[in-house]
Design a protein around this ligand. Structure first.
Ligand code: NAD
Length: 364
């Protein structure tokens, strides 16, 4: 089916219908709102290929309609697999031409971290809503520029923190809000995997936003913030690398301790050298925990009174993209707006500062 022609015909007929309705025909002929938003994935690496594109086959409020890639050999494969027409295929030089393409409503930035800001801004300037992967960007200045571009173009900017959409994570956020187990007194959280990277892998290099903190540390950091609903006031951190040949200039491990108002502390760790995936929360009247708390599947937990938090098998990324589409369609604030990404990067900057000073407390 040729969506472009279909849409043009539809709009043409819709225009007639509205005109006719103005002279007294029943309102039933006024066209319905567009059913599904069209999403273009920018960056067709591992996460787009294995999680987002398959997730977009399950979404009810959006669908995959376009791609942005710098690798020509991927184009026919994606076109055939997902039925993407030629007119919805872009590279990084032509991406701004999306401005003239009504098939695309949202561009999802799934690129190495150093490119998040540049291509989010190009997407927003093309008048498209922007979903951007975590971490939002390399520094607060880039985050602000992305938010300014979205505001200026009146589009939504949403960060791909999928956990904030996940059922058990939503439950523990409510425990914190409703003080189900009393006041939170302490948090322990860690995210990491024992990874080996190819020589050219961008996660190994600082100029691409590599390192464990940017990649995995934002999970315990974001979890500490969403569990408490509070912003940390200070942090201290240390970073080290065991496999210096693989990670000569980025952190293989980062440990950080956040202090929140009211004396709550969060002791966090992240790593490229160690498998870990836990979020434990202690309260005045009990505790709860999620293990794993950030993996793509299987997030589950338990509480001190024996309540089980069983796995919800819903596809994380499909649910996230459906929620984010609904926010656009209903003109509501998204679950994870740009401000959330910026708040994390603000702390990340303080973590780097503390680590450089040998682990001194740094005010945030
Ligand atoms: P990846 O290396 O598998 O894919 C990156 C893609 O960007 C590749 O297709 C590569 O060709 C392309 N690219 C374009 N310009 C490039 C350049 N100058 N240098 C290197 N690559 C370039 O990475 P990924 O694992 O898909 O991660 C992409 C983004 O998604 C990252 O920001 C990552 O943090 C995020 N991510 C999020 C989750 C999540 O659960 N939310 C999971 C995985 C990755």
């Amino acid at each position: 089916m040729n969506n472009h022609i279909t849409r043009k015909n539809f709009l043409f007929k819709a225009g007639s219908a509205v005109a006719v309705s103005a002279i007294g025909f029943p309102s039933i002929i006024i066209p319905k709102k567009k059913e599904k938003l069209g999403v273009a994935l920018a960056g067709l690496g591992n996460y787009s290929t294995n999680w987002l594109a398959p997730g977009l086959l399950e979404t009810r409020h959006c669908e995959l309609r376009g791609i942005v890639t710098g690798t020509p050999s991927k184009i026919p494969v994606w076109q055939e697999q997902y039925g993407i027409p030629d007119r919805n295929v872009y590279n990084y030089e032509s991406m701004h031409e999306m401005a003239n393409n009504p098939d695309i409503d949202v561009v999802y930035i799934v690129l190495p971290n150093h490119l998040h800001a540049r291509y989010s801004i190009i997407g927003a300037d093309a008048g498209k809503h922007v979903w951007c992967e975590k971490p939002m960007a390399l520094n607060v200045e880039e985050c602000r520029a992305m938010m300014d571009a979205a505001n200026k173009n009146r589009v939504q900017l949403t960060i791909g923190y999928r956990m904030q959409h996940e059922t058990n994570t939503r439950k523990i956020i409510r425990f914190g809000q409703e003080k189900t187990y009393g006041d939170i007194t302490g948090i322990r959280s860690g995210g990491g995997f024992n990874g080996s990277f190819r020589d050219d892998a961008w996660r190994r290099f600082p100029e691409f936003g590599g390192g464990a903190l940017f990649d995995m540390g934002v999970y315990p950091l974001n979890a500490s913030r969403y569990s408490t609903g509070l912003e940390p006031v200070s942090v201290r951190a240390t970073q080290h690398t065991d496999r210096t040949e693989m990670f000569p200039d980025v952190d293989e491990h980062t440990d950080f301790e956040l202090e929140f108002p009211g004396g709550i502390t969060a002791i966090c760790e992240c790593s490229f050298g160690k498998n870990m995936d836990y979020l434990d929360i202690d309260c005045t009247d009990g505790w709860y925990r999620l293990r794993p708390f950030q993996s793509f599947r299987g997030v589950q937990g338990e509480t001190s009174d024996g309540t089980q938090l069983p796995v919800d098998p819903t596809h994380h990324q499909a649910r996230q993209m459906d929620n984010d589409s609904l926010a656009i369609k209903e003109k509501l604030p998204p679950v994870v707006p740009g401000e959330e990404g910026l708040a994390d990067i603000n702390v990340v900057e303080a973590i780097f500062k503390s680590a450089r000073s040998g682990g001194e407390w740094v005010n945030i």
